[in-house]
Design a protein around this ligand. Structure first.
Ligand code: HEM
Length: 421
């Protein structure tokens, strides 16, 4: 018998080998649907792509994946993001001391908002901080399986959806609805529409396979993309420098980041491998099934220990615990291991954040996308980032995920003020 909110499992089965985890992630009997209740009955993530399964999930991803095409990625990476990032960093890094966590979140939210379809004034830092706050709340919602106080998280997320919809989503929605109506009347070409998740959802909402008739589901889906694109990138930026500062040759690494974007990209991949934002990926067995020859009962929880699999020396070399962006990895294995997942739920934003895979030769052509986190790393390195000897970083202990930070004090050798003087 299946349960709508699964909190007690028939068994818990853990896999920690790369091949086993990939097999599990491709198994159609394993879902992310631990909570099948309606929104009204308490499921704050009702209907979002991350917990959908089967044909609804496939239909949703087909429509949403169109927003991650290589030409759009190049446009963001070469044109939109560097400009916005430099302007913002000039405002945000106004003195030597800064909080790297806060910087990463603000930079990441700019892009995630655009891609989600949320409108904001990039010069208005308070507005960006409010969006970051929304992301923080939605992230707690998305990690609800690991939350220490799930009921408190549910209440907070519900209240935040209301604010998010009122202040940001509805205005953006109304503008897009108007544009879509003009396209439908033949007054405007379809390619004049914005390229974002909200627009494609509104365009395709009539397709019953998407199960988006309820307005609340559109709100939650856009919030999912806003959140999915922000916290992960911001946390990866912080983890990268946390790993780098612990190296004996940290200053040389920072210099290399400043001049070599492909190295910065490999540093991001190496960070993701060692510090996955989701160290343990979880699945529910919809029916009796098996993985790697191990029988699994319906309503079991399957725990996929990506953090351990990412340190497998057969795949990542003799010293898998070491931070080494120049390491060679086994054929066909991504440098980031399983940190973007695999199978149907594999992260749609992986190329946005992490860029295209880096070939073994470390040689790429001008079509290559390095990913936005590499651009952030390089921008920080060029401003002379270093640890703050007087202040201690603080981890986020609200979930059991060990790779999350709350504050990360750093110092910059070059600020907008020193550059001007
Ligand atoms: C360093 C950055 C990122 C990391 C480490 C990351 C990691 C992941 C992982 C591990 C999953 C799969 C989870 C599972 O199978 O249980 C996932 C899914 C997802 N990610 Fe990312 N992500 C990143 C960036 C992004 C960006 C930039 C976006 C959006 C622009 C995004 C949107 C999503 C969405 C919507 C899903 C759910 C997809 C589905 O369930 O079909 N992520 N991400």
């Amino acid at each position: 018998m299946t349960t709508d909110l699964l909190t007690e499992f028939t068994e818990v089965v853990t896999f920690d080998r790369y091949e086993q985890i990939r097999e599990a992630l491709l198994n159609p009997e394993l879902s992310r649907s631990f909570d099948k209740r309606s929104y009204h009955d308490g499921n704050i993530r009702d209907g979002v792509v991350s917990i959908s399964h089967g044909s609804v999930h496939r239909a949703r991803r087909r429509v949403e994946n169109t927003q991650f095409r290589p030409d759009v990625l190049r446009l963001y990476e070469r044109d939109l993001f560097p400009r916005v990032m430099d302007q913002l960093l000039d405002v945000l890094i106004d003195r030597e001391e800064a909080d790297l966590y806060g910087l990463g979140e603000v930079l990441s939210v700019v892009l995630a908002s655009r891609r989600a379809g949320i409108e904001f004034d990039p010069g208005d830092v308070d507005q960006l901080r409010q969006l970051v706050h929304f992301v923080d709340v939605f992230s707690q919602g998305s990690a609800i399986l690991d939350a220490k106080d799930p009921d408190a998280v549910r209440d907070l997320v519900r209240a935040t959806y209301v604010e998010f919809e009122r202040d940001y989503l509805r205005p953006a929605w109304n503008r897009r609805a108007e544009l879509i109506a003009r396209v439908q009347r033949g007054e405007l070409a379809e390619d004049a529409l914005p390229h974002d998740i909200l627009t494609v959802l509104l365009l395709h909402r009539g397709d019953a396979n998407l199960e988006l008739a309820d307005d609340g589901r559109v709100v939650r889906e856009v919030a999912t993309y806003l959140q999915g694109g922000t916290h992960t990138s911001g946390q990866t930026l912080v983890n990268a420098f946390d790993l780098i500062f612990a190296q004996d040759d940290a200053a040389a690494i920072v210099e290399r980041l400043a001049s070599d974007l492909l190295y910065a990209q490999r540093a991001v991949h190496e960070t993701l491998r060692l510090r996955p934002t989701t160290p343990k990926i979880k699945r529910r067995a919809e029916h009796d099934t098996s993985v790697a020859g191990r029988a699994i009962r319906a309503d079991a929880q399957v725990v996929l220990d990506a953090a351990t699999a990412n340190r497998d020396e057969r795949l990542f070399g003799a010293e898998p615990d070491r931070f080494d962006p120049d390491r060679a990895v086994a054929d066909g294995v991504p440098r980031w291991g399983l940190s973007f997942g695999a199978g149907p739920h594999q992260c749609p934003g992986r190329s946005v954040a992490g860029g295209f895979p880096v070939p073994d030769s470390f040689s790429v052509d001008d079509q290559h996308v390095h990913g936005l986190v590499a651009l952030m790393l390089q921008a920080m390195a060029r401003r002379g980032i270093g640890p703050d000897p007087d202040r201690v970083p603080e981890r986020d202990t609200r979930t059991e995920r060990f790779t999350r930070w709350r504050h990360y004090p750093v110092r910059f050798a070059r600020t907008a003020a020193t550059a001007a003087s």
